[in-house]
Ligand binder design. Sequence first.
Ligand SMILES: NC(=O)c1ccc[n+]([C@@H]2O[C@H](COP(=O)([O-])OP(=O)(O)OC[C@H]3O[C@@H](n4cnc5c(N)ncnc54)[C@H](OP(=O)(O)O)[C@@H]3O)[C@@H](O)[C@H]2O)c1
Length: 274
Amino acid sequence: MRDLPQLPLDKAAFVKKYGPWAVIAGASEGTGECFARELAEMGINLVLVSRREEALKALGEALKAEHGIEYRAVAQDLTEDGAGLRILEAASDIDVGLYISNAGADAFNRFFEDDTSAAHRLVRMNVSTLIDASNGFGRKFLERGCGGLIVMASGAGLGGQPNLAMYSATKAFEINFAESLWAEYNERGIDVIAVAAPMMKTPMLLRTVPEGFDLSQVYDPGEVTHNALAGLLAGEPIQILFSGPSSKDVARLEVERKERLIGFVEFNKTFTGG
Ligand SMILES: NC(=O)c1ccc[n+]([C@@H]2O[C@H](COP(=O)([O-])OP(=O)(O)OC[C@H]3O[C@@H](n4cnc5c(N)ncnc54)[C@H](OP(=O)(O)O)[C@@H]3O)[C@@H](O)[C@H]2O)c1
């Protein structure tokens, strides 16, 4: 696997700003499980959401035993209509300081050679559910004066890619949406980060790639999620890492996107009065 230098993370400051509860949409395995493990280690209670309740309960019980945290297991398919609202309902009586929109992968496909049912499911998961859940939690963050939103997107959202038309398009939505929210709320104590993630050795990836696939260029998911948590607290709007053909431009892209956003924050004050 590829090495990823790990960013420093002030755990006490993290808990103060984003505790006592975090919600992870897509928590039972892969990057979602990595987020859960690092947050539990910091003592943050967890609402674990995904389709397989038994897997969520097994993870929740293990984290409770290891770290003494509380957890809720919420069985919810994120591709269903109203999924975001049901997540909000499941967390309506607790003080949530962090929402992680994690699940969102799709298999390789050919758009004109299938009907559009899978495409609409992906839009519900990566667009509609994200809109409802982030809006609901964001309102609470405004009331409590702080909070965080992590959106696990993909390098595929930075431009079109063959066999991933809907995936690339919904990941572009996630990136632009998160960057826009960063620009709107970062001066009001609410942190938002988009992670344009690279290929990572998650169970989903291992189920998807052909036998013999070269895994030397993929990343450790726990290293990517650690840096996402650190980047959120550091106030970064986006982290870009990808394993594709133009990966040499990654550092420059990240800087350019942040500079552009900061420019728009100032520019928009001339319209909104600050
Ligand atoms: N892995 C990579 O190489 C890679 C590369 C770039 C970006 N990313 C992004 O990183 C994020 C995480 O990726 P991942 O590889 O861990 O795979 P993933 O399939 O996006 O996420 C897996 C987790 O989400 C849950 N999940 C999947 N579909 C769901 C649904 N319809 N409803 C509710 N929960 C669902 C799974 O649990 P259940 O099975 O229990 O539902 C599991 O806990 C995604 O947003 C993905 O786009 C991944």
